[in-house]
Design a protein around this ligand. Structure first.
Ligand SMILES: *Cc1c(COP(=O)(O)O)cnc(C)c1O
Length: 385
C-alpha cells in the first residue's frame, strides 16, 4: 500500500458528518458570496491567532498582495523578502511593479536572517551593493516593506526582524501561509508584523477544499482598506468605487468546510507535533533533522530534513513506495523569471545550500507510529546501501 505524502482522506473520514452538515446549510440559505459562515470563520480565525481583525480572501497569494496594495507598493519600491520560499512570496511584489530585494536565510531555521536584512536595507539606502547583493536598478529603489516567511511552519525571528523594521520605519507582512498554528513565545503565527497572510490551500496545515486565504491585523485603518480592496475597491455603496482592487473573496462554501476543520485543528497540531518528535527521534543520526529554537513551536506544514545524498535517498524511498518532495529546488533569486534582476549564483549561499540538500517527508496529523517507523527504517536501509 502506497503511503500518502499528505492524507486529507483520513481527516475527512473523521469530520465528514459535520462538514456535510455545514455545506448543506449553505446550500439551503443560498448566500454563496460573503454568507454568514464567512464572518463566523473570520471571528474564529482572529480569536485563534489572537488578532483584532481577520479578513478571509480567495487565496494565500491574494492575502499577500492585498496588504501591499493597501500600503501603496508599486514601481520604484523595494520589498525585502527571503530568497528561500514558494514563488508567490516574491511574485506578488513583482506583480505590483515593485522589485524584490532578496535576503538570505538562517541555515538552522530556513527563515530570513535578520542580520542580513539589516545589511540589505543599509545597502539599498547607501546605494552600495558591496554591503549586500542588490538587484539591477537598485539605485532608483526605495525600501517600502518587509515580507518574512515562516517556512515549513516555523515562525521567523520576529523580535529581531521587527527591531530592524522599526529602525527603518518599514511595515512587516508576515507570510504565514505555512505556519498557521505555529508559535513564538506566547504569540501565534499570523499575529506578527503589521499584517499577516495565510493560505488555506488544501495541503496547508489548515486547508479548505479549494483555494482560500486570510489576512490578519490589529490595525483598524488597514483592515478597512483591505475590506474595500477585497471587493473591487468598493466605497460605502456596492457600486461606488474608491480604489483599484480585486475580486478576492473566499466562497461561503469554503468557510463552511473550514469551520469543522478549525474546531479539530488544535488536536491536529498536537498530533503533528507527535509525528515530528517521533521522526526526529528515529532520524537524528541519519539526516539533518529540523531545528525548532527554544520558545517556538512549528505548525509542521513540512517535515524537512537535510541529506548530502538526497537524490539517492529520494530514489530509494520511491522504490519502497514512500513519497518525498523538495521544497524548494530553486531559490527565488535564481528563478528564471528574475534573471533580469541579475542575482548571481553564490549571492545567497545559505539558500542555495538548502536548495541543494533539503527533502521533505510524508507529514500529516494522521500518520501513525507504524508508518513513521516504516519511513525511518526505509531511510536507514537506503542510506546504508
Ligand atoms: C502556499 C504559499 C503561498 C500561496 O498560497 P496560495 O493559497 O497557494 O495562493 C504563499 N507563500 C507561501 C510561503 C506558501 O507556502
Amino acid at each position: 500500500m502506497a503511503i500518502p505524502f499528505i492524507d486529507l482522506k483520513a481527516q475527512y473520514a473523521l469530520l465528514e458528518p459535520e462538514i456535510r452538515r455545514r455545506m448543506d446549510a449553505v446550500l439551503a440559505h443560498g448566500q454563496f458570496i460573503l454568507g454568514p459562515e464567512i464572518r463566523e470563520l473570520e471571528e474564529g480565525l482572529a480569536a485563534f491567532a489572537g488578532t483584532r481583525f481577520c479578513l478571509t480572501c480567495s487565496s494565500g497569494t491574494d492575502a499577500l498582495i492585498l496588504p501591499l496594495m493597501a500600503w501603496g507598493v508599486g514601481p520604484g519600491d523595494a520589498v525585502l523578502t527571503t530568497a528561500y520560499s514558494f514563488y508567490a512570496t516574491a511574485e506578488v511584489i513583482a506583480l505590483l511593479g515593485a522589485t524584490p530585494v532578496f535576503v538570505d536565510i538562517d541555515p538552522a531555521t530556513y527563515n530570513m536572517d535578520p542580520v542580513a536584512l539589516e545589511r540589505a536595507i543599509q545597502a539599498l539606502k547607501a546605494g552600495d551593493p558591496s554591503l549586500h547583493p542588490l538587484p539591477a536598478g537598485f539605485k532608483g529603489l526605495t525600501p517600502k516593506a518587509i515580507i518574512p516567511v515562516d517556512l515549513f511552519g516555523l515562525p521567523a525571528d520576529y523580535v529581531a526582524i521587527q527591531a530592524v523594521a522599526d529602525r527603518h520605519g518599514l511595515p512587516v507582512l508576515e507570510d504565514a501561509a505555512q505556519s498557521f498554528g505555529g508559535t513564538m513565545g506566547d504569540r501565534r503565527a499570523c499575529s506578527f508584523g503589521q499584517a499577516a497572510a495565510t493560505s488555506f490551500f488544501p495541503a496547508k496545515p489548515l486547508g479548505c477544499y479549494g483555494d482560500g486565504g486570510a489576512i490578519f491585523t490589529d490595525d483598524e485603518a488597514l483592515h478597512k482598506k483591505l475590506v474595500s480592496l477585497r471587493v473591487h475597491g468598493q466605497g460605502t455603496d456596492k457600486y461606488e468605487n474608491v480604489a483599484v482592487g480585486i475580486n478576492g473573496r473566499m466562497d461561503t462554501l469554503q468557510a463552511a468546510i473550514m469551520l469543522p476543520k478549525l474546531a479539530a485543528f488544535p488536536e491536529e497540531l498536537r498530533l503533528r507535533q507527535g509525528v515530528a518528535e517521533r521522526y526526529s527521534r528515529l532520524l537524528g543520526d541519519l539526516v539533518g533533522t529540523p531545528m525548532v529554537p527554544a520558545g517556538y513551536t512549528s505548525a509542521w506544514a513540512q517535515y524537512t530534513v537535510r541529506c548530502d545524498r538526497r537524490e539517492a535517498l529520494m530514489e530509494g524511498l520511491k522504490a519502497k513506495g514512500i513519497p518525498t518532495m523538495i521544497y524548494y529546488r530553486i531559490p527565488l533569486h535564481l528563478q528564471p523569471v528574475f534573471t533580469h534582476l541579475g542575482y548571481a549564483p553564490g549571492s545567497m549561499p545559505v539558500s542555495e545550500a538548502a536548495a541543494a540538500s533539503v527533502v521533505s517527508l510524508p507529514m500529516h496529523p494522521y500518520l501513525d507510529e507504524a508508518t513513521s517507523d516504516l519511513v525511518a527504517g526505509a531511510i536507514r536501509d537506503v542510506l546504508a546501501g
